[in-house]
Design a protein around this ligand. Structure first.
Ligand code: ATP
Length: 250
């Protein structure tokens, strides 16, 4: 079943066409990637899916219901949660209470929210830092916290905006199994990611956005060798140059 259908979405910022008639389908149970060069419009597309921005055109359908124009908190109640590229925890709250903020979506009882927060912290490897102030976490810790805050809302679809950015290779290796485990527990994932190793490792399907347009989609291995994708990242004529160099070295 297709859980999310974001169809023909367009977003203009005064003169700039940030997203231009882009379509993305996310299958239930999948990890779907969204990649593209800087400024391609990925975050803008995410914001329209999560309801933080209204599209100028196009529709967002979640579990067969049209949610275009619906406010973010109502989408969250349906089970659509997102993380932010710039991590902004409540610095003065400890890790447990930061995560509990997400849990309050489903309960008014602080004890229950904290209990769910504790369980969620363990899932992302923050179980031993529950009493620490969020401001005292490392970048890697803050990324995990961001993941936990979204997970505590009990999402059906989790939108991850560059959760691996800023992490070193060993920290990335630690987070990949956590993302896989979240999917194993039944959460569908749509992730913006620049780190290709992670995309190749995790994603069943990947979409490529360039200058606001969706230029390719499919299995990560196939998409990476697509001429239009190589040119979007490396410039016009790059695919031919790479091919020629490959032939010269053969
Ligand atoms: N609120 C805004 N007002 C005006 N222009 C904006 C706004 N938000 C984004 N843009 C512009 O829209 C385009 C797409 O930006 P967006 O952040 O969606 O790209 P991105 O693919 O997420 O980039 P990155 O990989 O660098 O995060 C860029 O040219 C950006 O400057």
């Amino acid at each position: 079943m297709t859980m999310l259908k974001a169809h023909n979405l367009t977003k203009r910022f005064s003169g700039l066409l940030a997203v231009d008639d882009a379509t993305i389908d996310v299958a239930e149970g999948s990890i779907t990637g969204l990649i593209g060069p800087n400024g391609a419009g990925k975050t803008t597309l995410f914001a329209m899916i999560a309801g933080f921005l209204n599209p100028n055109a196009g529709t967002v359908t979640f579990q067969n219901e049209d949610i275009t124009g619906e406010k973010p908190h109502l989408r969250a109640r349906r089970g659509l949660a997102r993380t932010f590229q710039i991590v902004q925890p409540f610095a003065g709250l400890d890790v447990r209470d930061n995560i509990a903020v997400g849990a309050f979506l489903h309960t008014k009882d602080p004890a229950e929210a904290r209990c769910l927060a504790t369980l969620t912290a363990e899932k992302v490897g923050l179980g031993h830092e529950l009493d620490k102030l969020a401001s005292g976490l490392t970048i890697a810790g803050r990324k995990r916290l961001e993941l936990a805050r979204a997970l505590a809302t009990k999402p059906k679809l989790l939108l991850l905006d560059e959760v691996l950015a800023g992490l070193n290779p060993s920290e990335i290796r630690d987070v990949l199994p956590i993302i896989r485990q979240i999917r194993e527990e039944g959460v569908t994932i749509l992730m913006i990611e620049h780190i290709m190793q992670a995309v190749m490792n995790l994603c069943d399907t990947v979409y490529v956005l360039s200058q606001g347009k969706m230029i390719a989609s499919g299995e990560p291995r196939l998409v990476c060798t697509d001429t239009a994708v190589i040119e979007a990242y490396l410039g016009h004529g790059a695919a031919a140059r790479i091919k020629a160099e490959g032939a010269a070295h053969a």
